[in-house]
Design a protein around this ligand. Sequence first.
Ligand code: ZN
Length: 409
Amino acid sequence: MASSVELHLMNQLLKLSGMKVIDYRIIENIGIFLSLKNTKKQTICPRCGKTTEFLLHQNNLITVRDLSFGEQQVYLKVNRRLLRCSHCSKKFSEDLEFVRERRKYTKRFVRKIIEEVLNSDILNVAKRNDISEQEIETMLKDLGEELVKQKPTNLNKLGIDEIAVVKGQKNYYVVLVDLEKRKVVGLIEKRTTEKITEYLEDWGTEVLSKIKEVSIDLWKSYKSIAEKLMPQAEIVADRFHVMKQVSDELDVARIKIKRETEKIKSKSKKEKILEGLKNSKYVLLKNEKDLNDPEKEKLKEVKKVAPILTEMHGLKEELRDIFETSKDWSEGLLKIADWLKDVSKYFPKSFGTIRRWIGEIIAYFDERTTQGVVEGINNKLKLIKRRAYGFRNFDNFRLRSFLTWDFTS
Ligand SMILES: [Zn+2]
């Protein structure tokens, strides 16, 4: 028998609450075996929900793999007793917090394996840890089921965005983001009102009623969904999406001017303008303050040959400046109203959009909520999607995404 000093040490190393090491053995070439005893005196009956005394029905000794100790594999031997409820007589097997039912490894061992899998691949992790690939698949499935069922906690600012399933195609996954925690809290396979509503309703009013802000792009259905399910929340149009619409319109104008220039009869005039417009996309669309010196020179050349683009570029920069410098919503509103006076001729589309969304756009100035973090999140999601690892369908993609955020935050 092990001495009490040894057992005390073992307990401190093991750190499993409610469990006590009562004996141990080291078996060469296999590992360390710890015999454990459950010190909890009471449990909750899964049928009647009452706290019940343990009435032993049957012993059931199980051996589960735990985190290794140095080079040694560690196994826990524990009695998962079959119990009988003292109130309703239902028989049930004792709930051990650290190991799922019918599994041969502890939850913390599972987490360590999954963490390795997220940075490597299943085959290598299986070899390294002396477990089968199939066991790892099961671990992924178990943990994934838990994660997918989990509801977001303390969600104050929800961002709704989407990523293209295949670049250039019109299919999108909807990405729900906790903007404060910078974390994916939901992934929906199809961007339809029905699917999104169904997914959010699954969270329940408990979660939905606490959301203070919903940040969306300029898609009307998102707005209707937010109004219906989260009536208390302020809806904020993401300023980066507003700017994108303005930039897109500027780019359409640039392409149109280029095409019209091609029709000019005078060769010298035509070539001069085309030379000025060459490689102009980037310098026109990028924030002017971020341009380097050669890019600033290029912008000057563009402006020399294209007065319309000069106007439009100036207006785009002005709007960005309004977003950056306005101190509150009333200042923002006045400045945007002022800005709108000049734009209908150059930006007919954005003019209409901004007028329709003005309430949501100026809501930005209250908390300055944006989807700035979403870009990084979407890049990470694209990376996850590219790494196949046998995760080909949507459920697997979602599972892997949740695992990634669960393990990195
Ligand atoms: Zn009972």
